[in-house]
Design a protein around this ligand. Structure first.
Ligand code: SAM
Length: 274
């Protein structure tokens, strides 16, 4: 496989940026070469130049989704940044869904849900909290730009080493242990999977499809790829999707310091709509 020339790398960077606002920059050439190399082999395309030509044909539009899939980093894990889950249990839920209130609704959005670890961690937290509150309805939307990763998330199957941080009791309650060809895997139980609504969504796309506002949005470890004007615009749009008093969780390495936004800082990586 040939190396990627500057011209083709610049073309790919521009295309990825236009579609997803993921800013690859010079430092990602090796990563792009490795990830696209696999894609070239699947398509049986010999060079990166041929691949760039292909992207400019009518079929190229369809290929764009695969290109973004290959480039975007999907790294995630269960109960990542545990402080968010503590804050959810100790502050957000008691505030919006006090146990003294017999009915109501609580809506959460996991806005870059990757392979499912984040939305399932949220679903487990909500399921535990609302277990004895039958008058309450909770909903969880999970969205991602990558169709491939969404399909994986919907399956809810995880290798043993992916669930090693999940407490044993939670594993027993919400997962089935695989047998036969699934030996060494854990599958999220169907009734929990069915509580998560997985949808393809580009956070930088035109309009969001939601008709109701959320009490809580997780938008973690995705903004890091975007430049500052894009981050500002995204935080404003997310804030429009929150009820008054609603919370936004961002990744701990994605502080909103230095960007203009309408939210109140509550703790590191936790913001609230006034
Ligand atoms: C590093 S993962 C973060 C997963 C999870 N939120 C977490 O913190 O563990 C980043 C995810 O953002 C998704 N992503 C990247 N650009 C996006 C965009 N423009 N719209 C929606 N999702 C995007 C990627 O496909 C990937 O699954």
């Amino acid at each position: 496989m040939s190396n990627i020339a500057d011209r083709e790398y610049d073309f790919i960077c521009k295309l990825v940026y236009e579609h997803s606002r993921i800013n690859l920059g010079d430092g990602k050439k090796e990563l792009v070469t490795a990830r696209l190399g696999k894609r070239l082999r699947v398509l049986d395309i010999p060079t990166y130049k041929d691949y760039c030509d292909f992207l400019q044909t009518p079929k190229g539009e369809e290929e764009l989704t695969h290109l973004i899939d290959s480039i975007s980093t999907n790294h995630t894990f269960f109960f990542r940044e545990f402080k968010h889950f503590e804050f959810l249990q100790q502050t957000v839920l008691p505030h919006f869904a006090p146990k003294t209130q017999s009915q109501g609704s609580f809506k959460v959005w996991s806005a870059a849900s990757s392979s499912g670890e984040e939305p399932y961690s949220i679903a487990i937290s909500l399921s535990d909290y609302f277990a004895a509150m039958s008058g309450w309805k909770w909903t969880l939307d999970a969205t991602d730009i990558s169709t491939k990763i969404l399909a994986k998330a919907k399956e809810g199957i995880f290798a043993e080493d992916r669930v090693k941080e999940v407490p044993q009791e939670t594993l027993r309650k919400y997962f089935q242990k695989g047998t036969g060809k699934w030996d060494g895997c854990f599958k999220v139980k169907e009734d929990l999977i069915s509580r998560v609504k997985f949808t393809h969504l580009n956070l930088l796309g035109p309009a969001y499809p939601f008709t109701e506002k959320f009490q809580l949005i997780f938008c973690r470890n995705v903004m890091i790829y975007f430049d500052r004007p894009t981050q500002e615009q995204l935080v404003r749009r997310l804030s429009d999707c929150l009820v008054s008093g609603g919370y936004l969780f961002v990744g701990h390495s994605e502080s909103l310091t230095g960007i203009k936004h309408p939210l109140k800082t509550i703790k590191p990586a936790i913001y609230q709509k006034p």
